[in-house]
Structures are given as structure tokens and as C-alpha cells.
Design a protein. Structure first.
Length: 226
């Protein structure tokens, strides 16, 4: 078992670093499951994403450093927002929603930039305020934190029915894979993020035939006419 744990997480079992890598890998796996469920507009995807945040960032913050709550809690709140936003769509089955696609205009772009900037700043935390984040050799940290923020932001975009959010999630996941691949990553962590890229692309493909809000409104108006 110890050898299997080391092969998967590149850390010894029972160590603080080993536990953290295992939890982050579990968190990434739950996000993959969330993507696959949301690709089919299933509400359970948001519960999986909230569990993902709880299993990774929240547990690590509560167990090792409460300062990490400064970015873990917003991650959880944004996942809860996704569940609320999906509740605005009508049901199409037991857990599936009739999601309608919105136009990814300037407002969506502005929201994306603001969320990515804020989430990255919160994740950097003291590294940003102390100036360490601007020293040499921190490029991998910047890329990984920006990529993670982009993935979390993409969940918000998907909740609002903006299909390009799936492509932004794939881009963020790919950037994260590149960042950790250059840093001797754990096999389990690297593998789950590769699957995250594939799950994001699948979500973008699965949403290709969803109706747009203007079309859905016009169809509803015709149905209500006598």
C-alpha cells in the first residue's frame, strides 16, 4: 500500500505533504465528475463541485492553515451559486435542467477577468502582499494559480449558460497540466487534470445543440398563443 501511495502521489503516506497531494487529487477527480454531470445539465454536478472544494481546499485549510480559507470559501460559494443559478432553469427529468445558452458578450468577458484576478490574488495571499510573488522563479506559481482561478471562473460561466465557459475551462485545465508537469507532479494529480481537459471539451460538445435564450423565448411565446 505504501508503494502504491507513493507511485500515485509521489509522497510518503502519513506525511503532511502526502495528505495534501492526495486531497487535492481527490478534489480534482470530483471536479471531473462535476463536469461530466454538468455536461448533461445535471444538478448533481454542483453538489459534486461543492464536495470537491470541501474535500480539497476547505479540509486542508481547516487541518493545516486557516489562512487558506481566504480562497477556499469563495470557491465553495461560487459552486453554491452554480447550484442556485441552475435552479432558475426548468426541470427536464429528475435532476436535469433545460439550460438555455446566453450570448458571451462584453459583460461576460468583464466578469471573467474580474473573477480570475480576484481569485488569483486571494490564492497568492501573503505572497502578493509581501512581494514574494514578484520575485524570480515564481512563474510556475502564477501559472498554476491563474489556471485554477480560470477553472473556477468557468464554472460560474457555465452556471449562467455561457457555452464558451467550457473552452475556457479546458484552457485553464491545460495550463495547469503544463504548470505541474514541469514540477515532477504526482501521477494521480496529473492524470485527473488531464481528464479535466477532456471533460471540459466534452461539455462544450454536449452543449452544442442547446437552445439560445432568444429562441427559447420565441418558442414559449408561440406556445402560449391561442
Amino acid at each position: 500500500m505504501e508503494e502504491l501511495f507513493f507511485n500515485l502521489f509521489s509522497q510518503l503516506p502519513g506525511t503532511q505533504s502526502g495528505t495534501q497531494v492526495a486531497l487535492f487529487s481527490l478534489s480534482a477527480l470530483l471536479s471531473v465528475i462535476a463536469c461530466l454531470l454538468l455536461a448533461h445539465r445535471n444538478d448533481l454536478g454542483w453538489w459534486a463541485q461543492m464536495l470537491s472544494v470541501f474535500a480539497g481546499p476547505l479540509v486542508i485549510a481547516l487541518q493545516y492553515d486557516l489562512k487558506l480559507l481566504i480562497y477556499a470559501l469563495p470557491y465553495f460559494i461560487l459552486a453554491a451559486f452554480g447550484l442556485w443559478r441552475f435552479s432558475r432553469y426548468e426541470f427536464q427529468g429528475k435532476f436535469t435542467r433545460k439550460v438555455t445558452l446566453g450570448t458571451f458578450g462584453p459583460g461576460a468577458w468583464a466578469l471573467s477577468v474580474i473573477l480570475v484576478a480576484v481569485l488569483t490574488a486571494l490564492h497568492l495571499g501573503e505572497m502578493l502582499t509581501s512581494g514574494f510573488a514578484f520575485t524570480a522563479g515564481t512563474s510556475v506559481i502564477w501559472v498554476s494559480f491563474l489556471a485554477e482561478a480560470l477553472v473556477i471562473t468557468s464554472f460560474v460561466l457555465i452556471a449562467c449558460g455561457w457555452r464558451p465557459g467550457w473552452l475556457l475551462m479546458a484552457l485553464g485545465s491545460l495550463a495547469y497540466v503544463v504548470a505541474i508537469f514541469s514540477n515532477n507532479p504526482a501521477l494521480a494529480l496529473l492524470g485527473t487534470w488531464v481528464f479535466m481537459v477532456l471533460a471540459s471539451l466534452y461539455g462544450w460538445w454536449a452543449w452544442r445543440k442547446l437552445p439560445r435564450r432568444t429562441d427559447a423565448a420565441a418558442e414559449a411565446a408561440l406556445e402560449t398563443q391561442p
